[in-house]
Design a protein around this ligand. Structure first.
Ligand SMILES: [Zn+2]
Length: 144
């Protein structure tokens, strides 16, 4: 199973940043998820998804592209939250691969908002799509 990492104050702040973007900007069927990513030098990049009946763009991809647009060299930690107070959302399989291609050491915050966990993105169990109810096993077993 995955290697749990220490949840830092900056990680909690990142969850809050993503939650704030979700609350403020995810108010339609077009935008339902918000991502916040912290760069190696401490900047925070935020992004929302662009939803579509089939396909669309995940917020992690938009965040990655935004980072590139802003000249950010390295993303260190990423978190995605759902709209309407939904849980933290685990990146989908496609996004996980994409992010790992660019940032092999990326940390991801997952789990229930009141008790989030950090783990290496490389250790995330694979899953096909965004489903806030489909949390990785590592989170369920993390307290033991
Ligand atoms: Zn995705």
């Amino acid at each position: 199973m995955g290697t749990l990492m220490t949840m830092r104050d900056t990680d909690r702040a990142l969850v809050q940043a993503a939650s704030a973007v979700a609350k403020l900007r995810c108010r339609s069927v077009a935008h339902t998820l918000a991502t916040a990513a912290r760069t190696a030098d401490g900047r925070v990049i935020s992004a929302v998804n662009v939803a579509r009946a089939a396909g669309g763009a995940c917020p992690e991809v938009v965040a990655l592209a935004t980072a590139a647009t802003q000249g950010v060299g390295e993303l260190e930690t990423i978190v995605t939250v759902g709209d309407r107070g939904r849980n933290l959302v685990t990146p989908c399989d496609a996004c996980s691969h994409l992010l790992l291609d660019h940032f092999p050491a990326l940390r991801v915050i997952v789990g229930p908002p009141e008790n989030p966990k950090v783990l290496p993105l490389a250790d995330l169990p694979q899953q096909a799509n965004h489903d806030p109810n489909n949390l990785p096993d590592v989170v369920a077993s993390a307290d033991t």
